[in-house]
Design a protein around this ligand. Structure first.
Ligand SMILES: Cc1cc2nc3c(=O)[nH]c(=O)nc-3n(C[C@H](O)[C@H](O)[C@H](O)COP(=O)(O)OP(=O)(O)OC[C@H]3O[C@@H](n4cnc5c(N)ncnc54)[C@H](O)[C@@H]3O)c2cc1C
Length: 344
């Protein structure tokens, strides 16, 4: 049974694949992937569909929907958990918080599956999954074999990993090493510290951090909710650009920037994509004439489907934003979601 990917992606766009395989068990996932790969046709892995922009045209190939579930403890270590790839990421966070395991509490409310979390090294409010992820079980496209890839082998960076940069295969499970503690990891994000009424570096009960993060995220339309039209998005549409410190000197002095590694010979800074977009004149709620795609009314970084938008309308708005920021500041914005059959 196939159906439009618009029904399986949070942006609600995407054409119908020729075949849609929903894999609910590990053996099914492994054998389906191997069979699909043998046929040499186009294929796409799908988790929660929250980081994808898929073209409206029919997808001439197979979509493998990773729908496995389960969270287990590694024997003999109550703070180490193994999670099946299709388990919703936020269930993993809730599980950890409830059991007094610290390390992922600031990643509360990120949509999508556990298996996709390492793909772009999900991060928010001062934490990234790479800080707690020890390894992934991976079905490698080239060898067709299951192997365990360690954190080091995954080449994590800001919103990236070797899996996002082109290593092909299926993450079938992930392992996290958490800290047995009812207190959070030290708070590392100023806005979160302010909302909790604590200082950076303080440790706070896990549930309080989770609640504060969920509230902050909801205020920005970053928690999926049927009641929030601004959450019909793929989250942040652009990553924060990284430029050389020398280039950043030429930007307006009030442009927010964070020095990445002060010891590097050619030091780099991370800029705020949201600031660049706003300063280029694009405001919250903005849309192109006649289009059903719009900038979120709560957050300039998200592009939302206001109802009935096509993938092309989403991309037209993304191109407009990209060109405005490039023209005004000479900075290239890169899309955060994976683009399938569409281009910036
Ligand atoms: C409202 C909203 C808020 C968001 N906030 C954040 C945020 O704060 N921080 C953040 O980092 N991201 C955020 N995101 C983006 C998104 O939630 C994450 O990137 C998430 O990890 C995507 O998971 P998914 O299962 O939905 O992946 P999908 O969208 O289904 O897939 C994304 C990519 O991963 C691949 N993939 C999926 N599953 C697997 C697998 N098992 N093995 C190998 N490849 C796989 C897909 O082929 C695709 O290329 C947000 C998105 C939304 C809609």
């Amino acid at each position: 049974m196939t159906k439009p990917l618009a029904e399986l992606t949070t942006l609600r766009v995407g054409g119908t694949p020729r075949e849609l395989h929903e894999c609910r068990s590990l053996p099914d996932l492994v054998s389906t992937a191997r069979t699909v790969w043998e046929s040499d046709e186009r294929w796409l892995l799908l988790g929660g569909g929250s980081n994808l922009v898929v073209a409206d045209e029919p997808f001439d190939g197979s979509v493998i929907h990773v729908a496995t579930s389960g969270i287990d403890h590694v024997e003999g270590d109550e703070s180490r958990i193994r999670v099946q790839a299709g388990e919703p990421w936020d269930s993993v966070v809730a599980y950890a918080v409830e059991r007094g395991l610290a390390g992922v509490e600031a990643l509360s409310g990120i949509p999508g599956s556990a298996g996709a979390a390492p793909i772009q090294n999900v991060g928010a409010y001062g934490q990234e999954v790479s800080e707690t992820l020890t390894n992934v079980d991976f079905l490698d496209y080239d060898t067709r074999e299951l192997e365990r890839l360690s954190n080091d082998e995954l080449g994590f960076g800001y919103r990236t990993s070797v899996l996002k940069r082109g290593r092909k295969g299926v993450v079938v499970g992930i392992e996290l090493q958490l800290e047995p503690s009812t207190l959070s990891r030290p708070i590392a994000y100023a806005q979160l510290a302010t909302s909790l009424g604590v200082s950076l570096g303080d440790r706070v009960p896990l549930a309080e951090v989770r609640d504060a993060v969920l509230a902050l995220r909801a205020s920005k339309g970053m928690v999926l909710s049927v009641d929030d039209p601004d959450s019909v998005s793929a989250g942040s549409f652009f990553t924060n650009p990284i430029v050389s410190e020398r280039f950043a000197h030429g930007l307006p002095t009030d442009a927010p920037r964070w020095l990445l590694d002060p010891d590097a010979p050619e030091s780099e800074v991370k800029l705020s994509a949201a600031w660049l977009i706003e300063r280029s004149g694009i405001t919250r709620g903005f849309s192109l004439p006649g289009s059903n795609a719009a900038i979120s009314s709560k957050h300039t970084l998200a592009i939302v489907n206001r109802g009935g938008a096509t993938a092309e309308e989403i991309m037209q708005l993304a191109r407009f934003v990209h060109l405005r920021v490039l023209g005004q500041f000479g900075v290239n914005l890169y899309p955060e979601p994976q683009l399938v059959g569409v281009t910036l």
